[in-house]
Design a protein around this ligand. Structure first.
Ligand code: SAH
Ligand code: SF4
Length: 426
């Protein structure tokens, strides 16, 4: 079970992630979800296998967990029948608990999830014609207090573990019925311990997936991923590993509010696409709506974007810009945004996000005409600035909103829903 202690709200220092060693669950078994291949093999050695057997079993089990989505050792058909109970006595392959699963009229799906130690977090799946995007959370709550963001009103409870982060992708694949099927031919050729970071999208070895509903991942759920760097990196490595979930790094985007010191490391150690929650172009406004700006100012942030190792014209940085009425939506703001992007020579595109109001929010969304004009000014300068269509509003599918809606329901009702869900899953 993970540590439930409340994290410190950062003052002048950034929070440091303390690596957690593996804590056995209440029943003494160890959850393998979120562990890399080598760590699984080490645990097998610790449980009594010799090194060679542990390596082989580690490789097999890893493959079943991440590539095939299997949660029951009994279904690991290339592992000797006598070995399977030995594994099941010592280990489990978990998933975050599903507390609520909602389906919007527009196809958006949203899940409220619960960690082993009872903390709630969310993930959202947004399908459109070209792709299916899963919006993944990195923390329960957030230390930053962006004024327009509902998650920002919650305190940070704790970082999600790699298992809880990768577990979201795995749950989505479970729900969408998307695990590869087919024969295991060729699996034996894969070398052990090899962290494959190939960019090849579609090579799934000898397998075929049932569909390709989930094609993209965005780290844009609850929390600031760069304040949970190690766990986000370790989880995304499992997602990108060719022998794991095998999703290309080109299809993964990490969104940050601007944790400047971690941006280079994100590029070097994770290497996914970068999105930056800019939302304002002057110090005054950004200090107000994205308070981390008081610590890492606009110039520093834009310079870090210019230095981001993976950015290029083919892989542009996305600037997210939430449209707030009379706050950041003037023609001058749009022109200043263009000037800044050009000044720093950034390969960039801009995503204009209509503000999604929540009870108690002090802002309003800009009028549609205003958003359109803002977008035109940016487009006229040669920079792409599409207006994002709000999705899943009927199910509160915006950052941090489902959790709050659920809190209003009361404990008993939620527990009942969770029980029903478990029963439905068998
Ligand atoms: N902490 C990271 C990632 C999570 S927030 C970050 O800030 O980038 C993901 C995105 O959702 C951010 O761009 C954020 O600005 C946006 N967002 C948050 N609340 C919103 C709201 N009420 N309406 C529209 N967009 C919102
Ligand atoms: Fe945290 Fe991102 Fe919300 Fe800001 S916008 S409070 S950084 S989740």
């Amino acid at each position: 079970m993970a540590d439930t202690a409340l994290m410190q709200i950062p003052g002048n220092t950034d929070p440091v992630t303390v690596p957690r060693d593996i804590t056995p669950r209440g029943d003494g078994r160890i959850d393998l979800l979120g562990l890399p291949k080598l760590r699984i093999a080490e645990l097998f050695v610790g449980a009594g296998l010799d090194t060679k057997a542990a390596k082989l079993r580690g490789k097999q089990v890893y493959h079943w967990i991440y590539h095939r989505g299997v949660t029951d050792f009994d279904n690991m058909t290339d592992i000797a029948k006598t070995m399977r109970p030995w594994l099941a006595e010592r280990f489990v392959i978990g998933r975050p608990d599903i507390l609520l699963a909602q389906h919007s009229e527009d196809g958006t799906r949203k899940w409220l999830l619960r960690t082993d130690d009872g903390h709630e977090f969310e993930m959202v799946f947004i399908p459109d014609e070209a792709r299916g995007t899963l919006c993944v959370s990195s923390q329960v709550g957030c230390t930053l207090n962006c004024r327009f963001c509902h998650t920002g009103t919650m305190r940070l409870v704790r970082n999600l573990t790699p298992g809880e982060i990768v577990g979201q992708v795995m749950l989505a694949r479970d729900a969408l019925g998307e695990w590869p099927t087919g024969t295991m031919a060729g699996f034996g050729d894969v070398s052990f311990g090899d962290e494959d970071d190939s960019d090849d999208d579609d090579d799934l070895g000898g397998y075929t997936s049932n569909g390709r509903l989930l094609t993209n991942i965005v780290m844009m759920g609850m929390g600031e991923p760069l304040y949970n760097f190690d766990n986000v990196r370790d989880a995304l490595k499992l997602v990108m590993d060719h022998e794991g979930l095998a999703l290309s790094r080109r299809r993964i985007t990490l969104s940050t509010s601007g944790v400047v010191p971690m941006m280079v490391r994100a590029g070097e150690e994770i290497g996914v696409n970068l999105a930056v929650s800019l939302h304002a172009v002057t110090k005054e406004v950004r200090d107000e709506i994205v308070p981390i700006n008081r610590k890492y100012g606009l110039e520093e942030l834009l310079q870090a974007c210019a230095d981001y190792p993976k950015a290029s014209n083919a892989r542009r940085i996305t600037f997210e810009y939430v449209m707030l009425k009379d706050k950041n939506d003037s023609d001058d703001d749009a022109r200043e945004l263009v000037r800044l992007i050009k000044h720093y020579r950034l390969p960039a595109k801009v995503n204009l996000i209509p503000f999604n109001p929540w009870p108690g929010a002090i802002y309003e969304c800009s009028a549609p005409d205003r958003i359109r004009r803002f977008s035109e000014i940016i487009f006229e300068s040669g920079i792409s600035a599409p207006i994002r269509t709000p999705r899943g509003r009927d199910i509160d599918a915006a950052c941090g909103q489902l959790k709050t809606a659920a809190q209003k329901m009361g404990r008993a009702e939620l527990d009942r829903l969770a029980d029903e869900k478990q029963a439905a899953l068998g």
